[in-house]
Design a protein around this ligand. Structure first.
Ligand SMILES: [Zn+2]
Length: 402
């Protein structure tokens, strides 16, 4: 049904682009490695029989016509990585979708629905602190204002798109109309499937990420000449708040919150930190719980800022609604898993995915693949060839049932 040797070869070949010395991958949006990855995947799409183009934000879009003029089935994932990321996160979804199309073509099967396979631009948000750029564009929700966000070098998304070689076109050109539904294969990035001893799982919903940027300003002064009781040390204030983020999150069973990025100014050994900036990533499947956690963290931060005479600023980087996967589609995925002779396990996704951007536009469904030890965003990320084959077969069967 599908050609696992070809799929494994493609995964291996793609994993060489952006490879770091310790076996991880660096592919950040609109940089050369990420462009090279897109060009390689473009070739894979073309040999699978698709017509391919880049849209106005640089999404790579492959199209296979159907037997009739019905709305298209949208498949996809992303090719960018986190710093020192793994070879399966994102890539697997794009390559397994291409493999399904290739197999359909090879076996002379023409679906009623056309199929669009998209490698979405910048899902991870590594470069601009603003993820899912490509899927937002496809959903039609990306604005010119969003494109003014800058990376650490001060380069805006708009500039990065131009430097990438994409002529300026209306963002609306990227919106895909007439879509029946969205399907994505992705590694689980957790241990639920492994703990259940199964290769694949049906995803019930996706926890929404809320990203906040905190800035705390105090006074940078000489570390030797300023007595302890006369300081406005921004880093000590930040440390108390960051420790509280962990403590408060533990009051909610399903919620998670992470401080993953921090910068200290002026960052000198003998200078009291005058300004600290950090991010907080807060997630839950339930939006009310996430809101409550956000409220408690902000309240605590304000208290610390007041007590220590520090100036606090909080900016919202992104707020994505948690979403539910479509029930009808989940049932078809579950049937397909059963037909392949696998036990059916359903689970929510703690990590965000491109499909979230399509909430309210068309139904979405996801198929998770077992991740060894639940590791992801790491060079040690691994899913076995056998599990990948089963997941791709589930995707193939699901497509056939549609
Ligand atoms: Zn991913």
């Amino acid at each position: 049904m599908i050609n696992i040797e070809r799929l494994s070869r493609n995964i291996e070949e793609l994993s060489k682009i952006g490879r770091t010395p310790n076996g991880g991958i660096n592919r950040f949006s609109y940089f050369a490695e990420e462009k090279a990855a897109n060009e390689l995947v473009k070739q894979f799409m073309e040999s699978a029989g698709m017509t391919v183009h880049y849209d106005s934000v640089g999404n790579l879009v492959g199209r296979l016509e159907g037997a009739s003029d019905l709305p298209a089935i949208l498949l996809g994932s992303h090719l960018d990585t986190v710093p020192d990321g793994g070879r399966f996160d994102g890539s697997l979804g794009v390559l397994s979708a291409i493999e399904v199309v290739h197999s359909l073509k090879e076996n002379g099967i023409m679906l009623q629905h056309p199929v669009n396979v998209v490698a979405f631009k910048d899902e991870e948000g590594t470069r601009f602190g603003f993820g899912m750029i490509g899927s937002r564009a496809v959903a039609g929700s990306l604005t010119r204002k969003d494109l003014q966000r800058t990376d650490d070098e001060g380069i805006s998304i708009e500039q990065a798109i131009a430097d990438y070689g994409i002529p300026r076109r209306p963002l609306a050109d990227s919106k895909l109309e007439n879509i029946r539904l969205y399907l994505e294969v992705h590694i689980e990035q957790g241990k639920i499937l492994e703990n259940n001893g199964v290769s694949v799982g049906n995803v019930t919903g996706i926890a929404g990420p809320l990203w906040l940027k905190f800035r705390l300003k105090g006074q940078s002064e000489h570390a030797g000449a300023t007595p302890m009781n006369q300081r406005q040390d921004a880093l000590v204030g930040a440390s108390l708040i960051i420790a509280e983020v962990e403590k408060t999150s533990k009051h909610f069973s399903s919620a998670v919150a992470t401080v993953g990025k921090l910068s200290v100014k002026p960052n000198g050994v003998n200078v009291i930190p005058g300004e600290v900036e950090w991010t907080i990533d807060i997630r839950d499947i339930d939006e009310d719980i996430r809101d409550e956690l956000e409220r408690r963290i902000k309240q605590f931060a304000e208290k610390i800022a007041n007590e220590r005479h520090l100036k606090l600023e909080i900016t919202e980087l992104q707020r994505v609604k948690p979403i539910q996967c479509n029930e009808g589609l989940q049932n078809i995925i579950k049937e397909s898993i059963e037909e392949i002779g696998q036990p059916v396990v359903s689970l929510p996704s703690g990590a965000g995915h491109d499909g979230m951007q399509f909430n309210g536009l068309f139904p979405i469904g996801m198929i998770f693949v077992r991740s060894k030890d639940g590791v992801s965003h790491n060079p040690g990320e691994f899913s076995s060839e056998e599990d990948i084959e089963i997941a791709t077969k589930v995707l193939f069967k699901t497509m056939m049932k549609l």
